[in-house]
Design a protein around this ligand. Structure first.
Ligand code: PLP
Length: 370
């Protein structure tokens, strides 16, 4: 039988789930409230409660969410924000959108913000943006303690870590503002662009609501206090997200189970980037190989899709845009040169993941890949 295991595909989503989405969307159409209103407010309050914060503000996407969160905390021109060198480029661009300057910090061997290096920076930044990459969280108890001592604000980029937790507290609830992309293929996603920011503080939430809607006053939409943007979560996405929220814990459990299969069945000579000890919710399953193109091609020839998160160092991409000298980020370089992501999602079966392991192990045994 021909093997066909895509890296990720919505074609694998169950029919019953798609029926639930359609029903929720029909309800929005009948209600006739497409921007804001009760569907969005309901989702915002469900999400705030689920993550463990008092407020959540829906926005158009994760990039805008990060920029709005930073602005709410007073980050803008003349300020600096420490950010991991290796992340999705949006983390860096969001800082630039506010007018502030990103300060790159290398990642550790797990691909997460290296706290030792952060604490040794010559200049204390105004804020720090830990990125919970691939589903694993930065050591937030340690980072929060340092940030509090130094008066540094934290904006978590939790876009890849919905319902990941450390010490029973979820990603996005550890800081002044926790930001989530709700891009469709995330652990928790919409059926289009969407994002959300979690806050513990009502004033911050109100400020974010104002920025997302042209800077208008909440009680009077044609009075503007500040130059805002248009970045609202729409009702169709909110309705679908409320459906998906019921399944997020089960979906994560399934991803974690698939991650365990990889950890147990892959030949130990494969270098798994994030071990079981990190309690990842397995947004991605990255491994490091000597020749990523060769391994991706080998898997593709065998009917298996892969991706690469990420083949460029975000810091150096950013420096290139703004004509700055690239820096040396040793771990980020090693990871970006060698990383590939194996298929993992709530809709992959355990037997599909076993097949991926078998094919990779065979490739190694036969010397086709290294
Ligand atoms: C770590 C990280 N930050 C930010 C973003 C940006 O989110 P969006 O695509 O919703 O703008 C993403 C999503 O792709 C991401 O993975």
């Amino acid at each position: 039988m021909k093997i066909e295991i895509p890296y990720f595909s919505f074609k694998k989503a169950p029919k019953t789930l798609k029926e639930e989405w359609k029903e929720a969307i029909s309800h929005v159409i009948e209600q006739g409230q497409f921007i804001g209103g009760e569907t969005v407010e309901l989702f915002e309050s469900e999400w705030a409660k689920s993550v463990g914060t008092s407020h959540a503000v829906g926005v158009g996407n994760g990039l805008d969410g990060l920029a709005i969160a930073l602005r709410v905390l007073g980050i803008g021109e003349g300020k600096t924000v420490a950010v991991p060198a290796h992340t999705f480029i949006a983390s860096w661009l969001a800082i630039k959108l506010t007018g502030a300057e990103p300060i790159g910090v290398d990642v550790d061997e797990n691909g997460l913000l290296d706290l030792e290096k952060l604490f040794l920076l010559n200049e204390i930044p105004d804020a720090v943006m830990p990125v919970h990459l691939h589903g694993a969280m930065v050591d937030m108890p340690r980072l929060s303690k340092w940030a509090k001592q130094k008066g540094v604000k934290i904006v978590e980029d939790a876009s890849q870590a919905h319902f990941a937790s450390v010490e029973s507290k979820y990603a996005g609830a550890w800081s002044d503002a926790g930001v989530f992309s709700l891009y469709p293929s995330k652990n928790f996603g919409a059926i289009g662009d969407a994002g959300i920011i979690n806050f513990h503080n009502q004033e911050y939430a109100n400020f974010a609501k104002s920025i997302r809607s042209y800077g208008s006053e909440i009680s009077n939409k044609y009075f503007h206090k500040i130059p805002g943007v248009n970045s609202r979560l729409d009702s169709v996405q909110a309705a679908v997200l409320s459906v998906n929220l019921k399944y997020l814990s089960d979906w994560n459990r399934h991803r974690i189970k698939l991650g365990k299969i990889y950890s147990e069945k892959l030949n130990p000579n494969f270098n798994i980037l994030q071990s079981e000890a990190l309690n990842s919710v397995r947004h991605h399953f990255p491994i490091l190989v000597n020749d990523p193109t060769k391994v991706c091609n080998y898997l593709l020839e065998n009917g298996i899709g892969t991706d690469r998160h990420y083949p460029e160092i975000a810091a150096n991409t950013y420096y290139k845009f703004y004509n700055k000298e690239p820096s040396i980020f040793k771990n980020a370089k090693n990871i970006t040169e060698r990383v590939i992501s194996l298929p993992i999602s709530q809709w992959h079966s355990t037997s599909e993941i076993e097949i991926v392991c078998e094919i990779l192990n065979e490739g190694l045994d036969s010397g086709k890949i290294k």
